[in-house]
Design a binder for this molecule. Sequence first.
Ligand SMILES: *Cc1c(COP(=O)(O)O)cnc(C)c1O
Length: 519
Amino acid sequence: MTFQGRTVEVPSAGTTPLVDARAHLFNGATVEDYRRSLTAGIDRVAARIAGTERPFTGITPDRLAPEISAVDLDRPLGDPAEALAELEDVYLRDAVYFHHPRYLAHLNCPVVIPALLGEAVLTAVNSSLDTWDQSAGGTLIERRLIDWTAERIGLGPDADGVFTSGGSQSNFQAMLLAREEACDRASADSPVPIAKQDILPRLRIIASEAGHFSVQKSAKMLGLGPDAVITVGTDRHRRMNPAALAREIDRCRREDLRVMAVVGTAGTTDFGSIDPLPQIADLCADAGLWLHVDAAYGCGLLASRTRRDLLDGIERAHSVTVDYHKSFFQPVSSSALLVRDGAALRHATYYADYLNPARMAKRRIPNQVDKSVQTTRRFDALKLWLTLRVMGADAIGALFDEVVDRATEAYDLLAEDPRFEVVTRSQLSTVVFRWLPPAGPLRALADEANLHAREALAASGEAVVAGTKVDGHHYLKFTLLNPETTLDDIAHVLDLLAEHAGRYVNDRTAAPELCRAAG
Ligand SMILES: *Cc1c(COP(=O)(O)O)cnc(C)c1O
């Protein structure tokens, strides 16, 4: 056959005898293969995890892409052992390992073993949590965990929610519900009939400038205008300034704009800052506004025995995002959206004759699809269930507390180190800082030097750190989520960063024309 002028080989049908194909199906006749295959896979991963000396090999896409392109997907190996051996080369050898104590970059946590056990069980049984008739007990377990989380937040007796694929989806669904509520209210308030497309351009969401970008993305997906998200300023700790919020609420009222939601962030991605939720909740209550709290990062405090008070005010939210796959040490994916009034979830409800006809809802058949933007949906809740049943919430909270303590120590270390400048003490577990070139004209190289140091460090594979911008300048960021990361690890990584950055600046000064060219 030819495709775009090239002759391509089409695999001939029926080369694999059906009997062989059936041997790969997981069922009562193949459980021995299942045991053997998974044990071999677990052994490979265990060997990698035990033998990983660096969080990353520093491989570049250019070097890895040919390995993956070279695999002929139309010539199966037939044997899981061979496929696993191949996987070493295309994936396991060069993966980024979050369990390593010098992985300090993004909000990826090391995971707890009970959750891995849950993952193995849930994929094998393969329940789908859209309807009761595809999940049975899975649905009830998810509901218990939603109730448990809502209770920890303090959302009251009418609370409900649903597991989602992640914080972005949770935020999206929260904004969907808030939009629908705002449209309903706008219609009800209007003396003349008013079309939805006339309401949408006037809807606004207010978040802080340190809030998560999924709020802006959600606004776009929800058909709101380009100016829909108003970002208000923060204090020096990067917490939303409530006076600025009050001013924006007032301005919107004067300009006949409808604030459909205020988003408070409990743990900003860069700074780990928690917006002043009680004051924000007061302002929302006074103005009758939907308060969404994005606790994707900060939700781990729900399990903390010493820092739960940092989330005070979250109980007054209309909706809350939690990411168990960040601060509850769960594997991706595990997240939930909680709402104070379960009835609000009706905005995600559609009845399909073949799946969840309305009569099922009348008979109170518990179909979670009625509350979700997904249909077929993983039983991610099982991971959290086994975590709570094996370890308990206190143990999870203790792990999170430990990384928050470590971030405080790391801040102190940086504050005393003249090579670096550190932005602010985080309420959670991030540290944003930058290497400072010597005072004088070399200061102009600060941005490039920090960018370079981050890349050079990742290329060496010694450690992985993140980067971000503060007031237009490049900074480096640690996100600490691994209780195994010691202060020595952090000190060592700081030395490496200073070395890379210093060498960069020295190379530039040795070649002044380069320095000038860089401006
Ligand atoms: C990570 C994060 C999100 C997005 O969550 P995903 O699970 O990555 O989709 C949303 N909000 C905040 C504050 C986050 O840190």
